[in-house]
Design a protein around this ligand. Structure first.
Ligand code: PLP
Length: 246
């Protein structure tokens, strides 16, 4: 993108988004749903604010970031009222204060420890007389059990969900997962199916929570995730291009 003028960049992003939206729509149809039932979260991590603003101008309203500091500085620079920020990265408990109440959704609650840290921030805000906030969250599940991935083990999720559901300042609205990296997305269909089945079981066990959302599917596997019931897909490279290698 280095040699492109800002206008060309915006056109590239607009074309990419149109392509992603078309694939979302056909995948949704295949699973008997409508395109509007699937929210596209544009993962803007490592990308400059100009690209986020371009994506906003061409119609995107939800952006995902995985690092607290980067997310907060982008929020400070650009937060039109109709824009939703999503936290999708692993949280350290000492960052709870920075994220609680400032994201539409926190996708990455992966332990009781993190949930309790968020709850404490909510309690303190209430004690200080600030508006009572219930932060919408998803529980991140490590379905494939990869050592390199965050997330609660599926077998432990029901017990953890029960404890987290009791925290008054958090509102569980569903589950999130990151599938293993594979060549052919069909190889991880079982991961998405397992997350959906876990969600269906939790819906029976804890009917007081909504369990509406399944945040699953990224650039390489989102059509399969949608076929298995994703309500939110988190897509970076297919919109903004490859990220610089670490
Ligand atoms: C980076 C990231 C994504 C987006 O990945 P792409 O392959 O660029 O679409 C989605 N979810 C999480 C949790 C991420 O960290």
């Amino acid at each position: 993108m280095l040699n492109q003028s800002p206008m060309d960049q915006e056109e590239v992003i607009a074309t990419n988004i149109a392509h992603v939206r078309a694939r979302i729509a056909t995948a949704a149809q295949r699973s008997g749903r409508r395109a509007e039932d699937v929210t596209l979260v544009a993962v803007s991590k490592t990308k400059p604010l100009e690209l986020i603003q371009s994506a906003y101008r061409v119609g995107l309203r939800a952006f995902g970031e995985n690092k607290v500091q980067e997310a907060v500085s982008k929020q400070e620079a650009f937060s039109p009222t109709d824009l939703q920020w999503h936290m999708i990265g692993h949280l350290q408990t000492n960052k709870a204060k920075k994220v609680f109440g400032s994201f539409a959704y926190i996708h990455s609650v992966d332990s009781l420890h993190v949930a309790q840290a968020l709850q404490q921030v909510g309690e303190r805000m209430q004690e200080d007389g600030q508006a009572v906030v219930r932060q919408p969250i998803f529980l991140q599940v490590n379905v494939a059990g990869e050592a390199s991935k965050e997330g609660m083990p599926p077998a432990e999720t029901p017990a953890l969900a029960r404890q987290i559901a009791a925290l008054s300042h958090l509102e569980i609205q569903g589950l999130m997962t990151v599938a293993p990296f594979v060549e052919d997305p069909e190889q991880v269909r079982w991961v998405f199916k397992a997350l959906r089945e876990l969600r269906d079981a939790l819906r029976q066990q804890l009917p007081e929570c909504s369990w509406h959302h399944l945040s699953m599917g990224m650039t390489d596997d989102y059509t399969v995730a949608i076929e298995e019931g994703a309500t939110i897909v988190r897509i970076g490279r297919a919109i903004f291009g490859a990220r610089a290698k670490k």
